[in-house]
Design a protein. Structure first.
Length: 109
């Protein structure tokens, strides 16, 4: 497992929101990003919540998933700033932008 990797949960389970104490269902097939603090759920009922790693999971993290981090950065920029429209105006393809972000990440991380 790598930091920045996107994973899908292989079973359904419940988590409890720390603020509201509300039980939330994380369904089989829901996705998360591996972060340094745990799995950050990116869809479904648990979206935005972080599920802590077990000791074994934390120890199994080796390296970084640069490609997925670059895609996640691109998706965030598109949500926040509609970057896709700007790229289209300059005839720049989505893949070129993601590759450029990934190259930068490889240089600095």
């Amino acid at each position: 497992m790598k930091l920045g990797q996107r994973i899908k949960f292989d079973k359904t389970f419940e988590i409890t929101s720390e603020l509201s104490n509300k039980k939330l269902k994380v369904a089989k097939g829901d996705s998360a990003i591996v972060t340094k603090r745990g799995y950050r759920i990116i869809n479904g009922e648990g979206r935005g919540k972080i599920v802590a790693f077990t000791k074994e999971e934390k120890e199994s993290i080796k390296g970084l998933d640069y490609e997925n981090m670059a895609m996640a950065i691109y998706e965030r920029l598109d949500r926040e700033f509609d970057i896709k429209e700007h790229l289209d105006n300059y005839d720049i393809y989505e893949e070129e932008c993601i590759d450029s972000i990934m190259d930068f990440l490889l240089d600095v991380l």
